[in-house]
Design a protein around this ligand. Structure first.
Ligand SMILES: [Zn+2]
Length: 509
């Protein structure tokens, strides 16, 4: 994602959650001591059912996600009333158990849970406060835990479907940060990175568990819902005062990339390179303002495909531009979300296109190839900043070398205060954005442009629609280049507390 200037400034001055992190660590230590004092019991047989873990083990968000199952599909029905933001929802989660389960968790935040079934049978459930964690914008909690106890334990490898009926209010209290963004005309859109998807629906909120999605969004006639993927249907509900819009996303998606909305918005359709479907959502009273802007998408997709020698990874793409209520830009899968501020000077110059290229780059880096945990978010933001900088260089907005020289200088201190690009202490900082782009620039300086382009292209093809890690990135770079010294080279650049020297620029300090 890209923060607005103001948000970026805010994130640098919110140390509060670091204190809470320390508190959480202290608690962890005391719990460990307690555990030592408890007499040892015979370990259960490895295959006997047990509760699924309440967290997926993310280094930055320990409580986010859950263990014991693998989600294959999310099917979300959500009926939202614009203006009041009251909603009722039904989330059907199709999953497969990865060990025998006596109970398991979904992440939820701020919803009233009305009913839970497992394979159609009523299941026991309770909601408890989730554990804390560090991260972006002072996120100090990962929401709440919905613990579900099926009538009978689920055996390992078993496919099952959980249905959760819930309701709430989009502006209602949340334990963690909220993923609802409110437009002044009564509409809303979701931007849920990093761990806010649970404020929209109960989910397994970790980037390591990707799944296909179906959406059935209901709103009063006259309002247009949008969602990731392609629309597959539209049908009146009841007396016809409401309409349900169906969307399907065939490629697996991490929860953090969920992009749904209900707005006074208009869909603009076009064809992109090699017939790719493009659909954009813009405010209905600003269609002519935004039409020439969204029409630049096709050229950018062709440009990115050329950089990577890799086709756009999904079957549809587009921009969603909000009238107000949102200031950042977010790479929601197949439907990047933008606040209006990026386009304020669109009639004067085209530098705003760098932000479009940033979010477009994420469709390959982050959306198709998704880091296995949040501490490896440089794999998303590094390429997004790097390719936006290459675009800006080619278009004559800002020379790449100048940008990288300045970033190299700044990165040295940031490595010590916020962690190196490959091991940030929190998200949203310079280290995983421009700092990580400097790492990629250094790699290109070391290998030459041709080999660098082959490494990046191989990465997005080899790990398309899956998860990958920093170790995978290093291994891929060595394999593609045939140069084993890149292992040490990238390890230093990603993890050292000081900048290594920049190849080709011995004068950079
Ligand atoms: Zn980004």
């Amino acid at each position: 994602m890209r923060h607005s200037m103001r948000l970026a400034w805010l994130t640098t001055r919110v140390p509060e959650h670091r204190l809470r992190m320390r508190g959480a660590t202290a608690l962890g230590v005391s719990l460990a001591c307690l555990a030592l004092a408890v007499p040892a019991h015979a370990a259960p047989a490895p295959n006997s059912p047990r509760p699924g873990a309440p967290g997926a083990g993310d280094p930055l968000f320990p409580g986010a996600g859950n263990g014991g199952y693998d989600v294959r599909n999310y099917d979300l029905s959500l009926d939202v009333t614009p203006g009041s933001y009251d909603y009722t929802g039904t989330m059907k989660v199709s999953a497969v158990a990865t060990h025998g389960l006596t109970s398991f968790n979904l992440d939820t935040d701020g919803h009233t849970i009305d009913r839970v079934t497992v394979d159609g049978r009523p299941a026991g459930f309770r909601v408890t406060e989730g554990p804390g964690g560090g991260g972006e914008d002072g996120e100090s909690t990962t929401g709440q835990e919905l613990t579900i106890t099926p009538k009978k334990p689920l055996r390992d490898h078993r496919a099952f479907q959980v249905t959760v009926d819930y309701h709430g209010n989009g502006k209602g209290d949340r334990t963690g940060p909220n993923g609802w963004w409110y437009v002044s005309d009564g509409g809303f859109a979701s931007a849920v990175q990093t761990t806010r998807a649970d404020t929209i629906a109960p989910v397994n909120d970790t980037p390591s568990d990707k799944a296909t999605w179906n959406f059935h969004l209901t709103a009063p006639r006259g309002w247009t819902p949008g969602a990731n993927g392609e629309r597959t249907g539209k049908r009146p509900v009841g007396d016809g005062s409401k309409v349900t819009w169906d969307y399907e996303l065939k490629s697996p998606m991490a929860t953090e990339l969920m992009g749904i909305s209900v707005g006074r918005q208009t869909e603009l359709r076009a064809k992109g390179p090699h017939g790719l479907a493009l659909r954009h959502l813009v405010p209905s009273d600003q269609v002519e303002l935004y039409r020439p802007i969204v029409e630049k998408t096709g050229e950018q997709i062709s440009w990115m495909e050329k950089q990577l020698d890799a086709a756009y990874p999904f079957d549809v793409y587009g921009m969603q531009i909000l009238k107000d209520g949102y200031t950042a830009a977010m790479e929601n899968q197949t439907l990047s979300l933008f606040g209006p501020g990026w386009f304020r000077d669109a009639d004067k110059n085209e530098e705003y296109t760098t932000t479009m290229v940033h979010e477009l780059t994420h469709q390959w880096f982050g959306d198709s190839v998704t880091p296995s945990d949040w501490q490896q978010a440089w794999l998303n933001e590094g390429p997004a900043v790097y390719y936006a900088a290459r675009w800006a260089d080619e278009k004559g907005y800002e020379p790449m070398e100048e940008k990288m020289r300045a970033a190299y200088g700044e990165l040295d201190d940031v490595r010590r205060t916020d962690g190196p690009p490959g091991r940030p202490t929190e998200l949203g900082g310079f280290n995983i954005y421009d700092g990580a782009a400097v790492v990629l620039y250094a790699l290109g300086q070391e290998t030459g442009r041709h080999t660098f382009d082959r490494i990046m292209g191989s990465w997005v093809k080899r790990y398309a629609h899956g998860n990958a890690s920093s170790a995978d990135f290093i291994e891929n770079a060595v394999r593609v280049s045939g140069d084993s010294s890149l292992e040490g080279f990238l390890t230093h650049w990603l993890y050292d507390t000081e900048n290594p020297p920049m190849p080709g620029h011995p004068d950079w300090t």
